[in-house]
Write a protein of this length. Structure first.
Length: 220
């Protein structure tokens, strides 16, 4: 009986702190990748991703698709999305909340890039990009921005089908944007994964600490 009670308390503790646990795992993975990047050694994941994605998957029809997906994290698209959020999302000033999140995660990405100074991949880029490579700015912005939209849908949407449909849709958009950066040859796979990880940890902090100060809870 005592063991069952302890297991129940542990399960309750894990369920109540899933966000913190997820952020902790993401940060540990980010630090592990960062250590390898700072050592300057070729990462096996990057080599494998190059062989599978760049060498094995590039084609004339897929390249414009990947370019279009990558553009989902461009400023003009994000500004339009912010206007839609402000117009239709519930809560107090949801557009401002999303905009502040976007600005802060962009600044965090710029700071990390200046600290790490990892050059971009050479020799197989399909588009022109400037700046450092680690972590991927597109991946960080995708996770933070579209991840926040997913949080808003999960938090406010009452229709179960719409909630899950949007959650899956936003998840696919995030993954596709990261994948497109590797496909286009402007980032290593570890740039993308690290960007997802640090942005996921940031999003956990933002939704638990900052958002409750600005968004009113309208769930029934």
């Amino acid at each position: 009986m005592a063991s069952h009670a302890k297991a129940g308390r542990l399960r309750h503790l894990v369920q109540g702190n899933r966000g913190h646990l997820l952020a902790a795992v993401a940060l540990v993975l980010f630090v592990a990748i960062l250590e390898e990047v700072l050592e300057g050694d070729a990462n096996r994941l990057d080599v494998w991703a190059y062989q599978v994605v760049v060498v094995g998957m590039r084609s004339d029809w897929l390249t414009p698709v990947m370019q279009s997906i990558s553009e989902l994290a461009l400023p003009v698209v994000l500004v339009v999305m912010l206007l839609v959020v402000e117009a239709f999302a519930p809560g107090r000033r949801p557009g401002l909340v999303a905009a502040v999140n976007l600005v802060l995660v962009t600044l965090l990405n710029l700071l990390l890039k200046q600290v790490v100074h990892r050059p971009r991949p050479e020799g197989f880029r399909l588009i022109a990009e400037t700046g450092y490579s680690f972590p991927s700015g597109h991946s960080m912005i995708a996770m933070a921005f579209y991840g926040l939209l997913a949080w808003m849908v999960w938090h406010y949407e009452r229709d179960r089908f719409v909630k899950w449909f949007c959650m899956v849709g936003f998840a696919l958009v995030i993954v596709a944007i990261g994948f497109s950066r590797v496909y286009l040859g402007v980032h290593y796979a570890t740039d993308v994964i690290a960007g997802f990880c640090v942005s996921l940890a940031w999003l956990t902090f933002y939704t638990r600490i900052v958002l409750p100060l600005w968004l009113e809870d309208r769930r029934e």
